[in-house]
Ligand binder design. Sequence first.
Ligand code: SF4
Length: 418
Amino acid sequence: MNINYGKAWTQIELTDFCNLSCIMCEQGGKVSWNKKSARVHERKKGFIDRPLFQKILGDFKQLGKFYEISPFWLGEATIHPEFSDLMDDLCSIGHDVFEVVQLHTNLNLLDDKAFESFKNLFGSFNRAKLVISIDAASSETYEKIRLGGDFRKVSVNAKKLIALKKSLNSNVKIVLQFIVMEQNKHEVQDFFNNWGVVFQDMDMTYKPLSTFESHEIHDFSLPIDNYIYYEVLNTHSHEKEKNFNLYTTHVKEVIPELCCSEIDEDKIPIQTDIKIVSLSDEELREIKDLSLIMIKNPDRKIVDKLKLCLEKAYKAENYIKPCASIFYSPYISSNGDLTICCLDSKMDLCHGSLREHSLKELWEGESLNIIRLNHIAQNFEIIPRCQICVIRGQRSQNRQDFIYCFEDTVAYLYGLCK
Ligand code: SF4
């Protein structure tokens, strides 16, 4: 097997419960996390157990160096009763395996133990991203949006972690997040000004961001201490689309630095050597036939032929390149089930349990290779989740972060041959 794990990322969910019920989040729902009856997907919610977490980290070590780990997925990681112990495990086992750690939190909970965990994390990982979701500049607005949360506590906790970063002279990127929507759009500017004062008082640099896909957030060589990040709530509904445009314009008007900063879509890596070619039906059929033969009979001669076809296909408009996620990103739910995609909260693409199997067995196993070869074949009709995927559509726009590149795809195909 030949997968480029050096570019790969994973999320291991500590819990899918959340302590809040934010109005814009389908995960939060309207039920309390500590009643354990809460469900937003069909699965039973839970907390990962520590032996399983340790076992999974050990599994990653077996695969080799990974780029990034996020110890959360659908819920709020810090509410796990053993959050501190799990972070200890991540620091001790994980820092040899993962180059970067990324954690998103609502930061309502930060007791002394959790504070020590963040200290450990900031100290152990030279590269870390901590995203604190706040979404308001006043208690009144915060508590209307982030139901069950406490604005004062979050502000105090965020300042504590910013000061911690400063005192450790840590390279961690702290990102204060504001999801813009009708209920808070009037506080866009105050949010920027208030946190700007905090950063200035601590003699730290900061910058506004308008997309998490910005190259800046992933580039640790930049001398920026912190970010203030605005994301306009996208409901994917046509009715709300005009609000999306309205709020985007509003944010850019009130935060002029956001327009001038060298970020945004221009910096998203796009394949630029595209010649506008189209594959004929015969060419598409040949790719499909050869890829499907590879499922039953992986053979170097077949790959030699497929390589030639793919060389052209990767430059063609009508070839949807294989999704990066199915090669790069194991997503693991709190019960140890493995899926291949962050969008798959319902686990339609679940490929087994890490309680029963090793990550190597599942990630390099037959059933996932069938999915990968069907992506290369353009045979999406047999993978309904991918068939309806919005990102799959964007991939055809040649976003390099969404696709498995030509060289890696060819190396993978040769790696399948005995
Ligand atoms: S095509 Fe879409 S649904 Fe399928 S794995 Fe990729 S991102 Fe997920």
